[in-house]
Design a binder for this molecule. Sequence first.
Ligand code: ASP
Length: 439
Amino acid sequence: MLKVAKFGGSSLADAAQFQKVRNIVLSDDARRLIVVSASGKRNKNDNKITDLLYLCHAHLQYSVSCEQVFSMIESRYLDIKRELGLAVDIESDFARLRQKLDKSLSVDELVSRGEFLTARMMAEFLGYDFVDAAQLVCFDFDGKLNLDKTYEAMRQALSEHERIVMPGFYGSLPSGRIKVLSRGGSDISGALLAAATGADVYENWTDVSGILMADPRIIENPRRIDIVTYPELRELAYMGANVLHEGAIYPVKDAGIPINIRNTNQPDDPGTIICDEQSAPPAPEDPLITGLTGKKNFTVVTVSKNQQEDNLGIIRRTLEIFEKYRVEVEHIPSGIDSFSVVVATEQVEGCIYDIVGEIRALCRPADIRVIDSMALMAVVGRGMSYRPGVSGRLFAALGDANINIRMIAQGSDELNIIVGVENKDFEHALRTVYHNFVS
Ligand code: ASP
């Protein structure tokens, strides 16, 4: 059994968190490959090390001394080292970095040092080998990840070291220069390591006990999702649920490795399992819905066909106009005599009149109506696909709650139902559906 365990910044914020990570890692012999983020916030008003490093870089760009911020970073790490009684020589790492602190130091190298130093300390604390991500995560000259090279380097590392701590978030270009992934990218580093080594599971340790069925800012104490499939997660994430870095899904999904989201502060909670559909075949005990999410501020452009005109290709012509203005289309609900194009309002803020004008000129519709302030609620669940009556129950619940439904769309795989309501009804709609279906 082999597990890759990635710990996020809040799991590494101070010495006490390091201790929790150690207890977790050492309690399961299979946790042999560890990936760490840079130390994160210790409390709400604190700063993430990565943010402070970006701030140092901004100071350097404007030729302002970054000494104060840099010292803050240094003392946070030295505190952790002292409290844990570690010997690792991070003082020299800081001294070397200080010498390089000028405009020529690349932003990527500077901000990657948060993960580097966290990993150096964690390796000693666990008694594992530190292996630098610069040797394992390989980019091509054009900055794209080279998966073959990365996987090969990772497999090689596993054959040479039994237990590894690898810093997340960065790798290196063929020139040896450090290159970072996008923010939150340690999730991707962990996924790559799991995929490369064929791990049995990719554990992603964070500060919540898994993925919640709904946004806790809207629904009080929502339940945890026990199992979610990759396609469901994609739907939930696309519509606003913020869980894992999107780039972390593909490597493990393709390798058929489940992800287990766990809570460092509550290690006994089983968390949420993200797996493929084959590992979670439909079962009668499945919850009807897996999760509930959504976003506000959509604009709907409804085009009514003119019966006196040739309407062949009218949808295509309309969509081409949106494409010309580089507006992404979210949904195209259609009826016999009309269809609507749903887009994010911010995408059409400066161009909606031009778009409507062009549709009028090119498609000669009977009418065009534009409404904005629409919210889309997504009800996601693999359990819906083989049970009749779900949408009836959903719409009845919304009707009983006096919520006006402006649009309905169902994905062809029956994995989700999207309901358009007015912005002002959004929270009410989510609560209504949650309480009707879940509790
Ligand atoms: N430390 C980096 C960030 O804050 C990467 C990560 O934590 O995944 O974005």
